[in-house]
Design a protein around this ligand. Structure first.
Ligand code: AMP
Ligand code: MG
Length: 415
């Protein structure tokens, strides 16, 4: 009997487009969040400034505010006022200077600041009113930070759909916002399948029975989910029985947006995830043309999305970054979820072409090129710990030392 033809592999792009299409028409859930707590959240409003930043011309130095035209070699200029940051100066009297400090408003009439290092104190007309001599001729505008040079009134300083980082939080605060409207965190239930799995902490390494391995996927998947701004419910290892799997899935789907599992999505595998999801909802099993990776499942259980990742740790890690990451970001309203990659030089040979798109674990070296981790097996998590990038190698392509390749920085994906 001839073997059934192998189903064609799905290109990554197609798989991603189909996965993201499952979010079309979905209503974005939003909430207000303290700006102080909003790092990593996705903004669900435009931030428009209701003021100018800085609000007034101010000094960028400790020194003296003056009119340039008053400065002449050897001329002593009396200090007529003192303006610390937080106070407002009076109009500057002609022929005098104002002692001024960084951040203090420039008094009306002054057109430059001279830093104190360029001035010499000289006796004034009396002991209580000092004077200064300016040692170099100032330029109009020097050491003055102009009103609105950072932000102008009415300008959009942060875009809806952008992911907030430390600088964005500072910007929101600088235009006076203590609260921001953000996307709600996706609620994700995570569980692992596989009778070989043992939770670290429950059995000591020397007591592990042959055939058992520690559940590593749970740890990096929970961490990856949190980095993507999710609220994670860790359901641990679900017992390898259909009734237990159905129960876990059904319960998780009631109160989560996504149910994420790892393991048991290989073709022909005797596992309970597939029948359980099919019993409760609908399931698509994909063979994606990527390496590591390949098996990937997407479906629905009631209102929740189901995503099944392969069990091999590197496959699980990489498919998360390639597919689940953009899915979770889009769920929070991020439009641009493309993988950020840069051209880099390969400092190694990769002579065996693969029919799948490969994501090789690489690391940038001191010469600005890429080194390859010697073992690219999908079970070798050491490659991901060692590496700082994924080299995106198109199907059928070999690499010769010195070739330019596309590399995705892991730092860019994990941020
Ligand atoms: P599976 O996708 O279930 O066929 O698993 C593929 C390989 O990944 C097997 O060698 C499993 O033992 C391993 N594996 C599955 N789940 C995990 C996990 N949570 N942690 C570590 N290895 C796993
Ligand atoms: Mg398994």
């Amino acid at each position: 009997m001839s073997k059934p033809p192998r189903s064609p592999l799905l290109p990554l792009e197609t798989a991603l487009a189909q996965l993201l299409a499952a979010l079309d028409g979905r209503q974005l859930r939003t909430e207000m969040c303290s700006t102080l707590q909003a790092d990593g959240r996705v903004l669900a409003q435009q931030v428009v400034s209701a003021l100018e930043v800085p609000p007034q011309d101010n000094s960028s130095m400790d020194g003296y505010a003056l009119r340039c035209a008053d400065v002449a070699p050897g001329r002593a200029l009396p200090v007529s006022q003192r303006i610390p940051a937080g106070s407002q100066g009076a109009p500057l009297q002609a022929g005098t200077v104002a002692r001024i400090f960084t951040g203090a408003p420039i008094p009306p009439g002054a057109d430059a600041v001279v830093m104190q290092e360029d001035c010499q104190e000289v006796p004034g007309t009396n002991a209580s009113s000092p004077a200064i001599q300016v040692q170099t001729q100032p330029q109009v505008g020097q050491w003055i930070r102009r009103r609105g040079e950072d932000v102008t009134l009415g300008s959009t300083v942060l875009q809806s759909g952008s992911r907030l980082g430390p600088a964005a939080l500072g910007m929101a605060a600088s235009v006076g916002l203590a609260q921001l409207q953000v996307a709600c965190k996706p609620r994700v239930a995570l569980f692992s399948t596989g009778d070989e799995l043992v939770m670290p902490g429950t059995v000591a390494p020397q007591d592990m029975v042959p055939g058992s391995i520690y559940n590593s996927n749970r740890f990096f998947l929970a961490a990856l989910l949190r980095r993507m701004g999710c609220e994670v419910t860790d359901l641990g290892i679900v017992p390898d029985r259909l009734d237990a799997t159905v129960q876990a899935l059904r319960d998780a789907a009631q109160v989560h947006d996504v149910v994420l599992t790892s393991g048991g999505v290989s073709v022909g595998e005797e596992d309970h995830i597939k029948p359980a999801v099919q019993q409760l909802g609908q399931l698509d099993l994909w063979q994606i043309a990527i390496k590591p990776g390949k098996p990937f499942a997407h479906g629905r259980v009631d209102a929740a999305h189901f995503i099944g990742l392969p069990g091999n740790p590197v496959s699980s890690f990489v498919t998360f970054l390639l597919l689940v990451r953009p899915f979770l970001l889009r769920m929070q309203g991020v439009q641009d979820v493309a993988l950020p990659s840069q051209p880099m030089r390969a400092d190694f040979d990769w002579p065996r072409a693969d029919r799948r798109q490969e994501f090789l674990r690489v690391k940038r070296n001191a010469q600005g090129g890429l080194d390859l981790f010697p073992n690219q097996s999908s079970g070798v998590l050491t490659s991901v710990v060692w590496g700082d990038g994924l080299l995106d190698n198109p199907p059928g392509r070999t690499i010769a030392r010195g070739d330019m390749v596309q590399c995705i920085s892991l730092g860019d994906l994990l941020g």
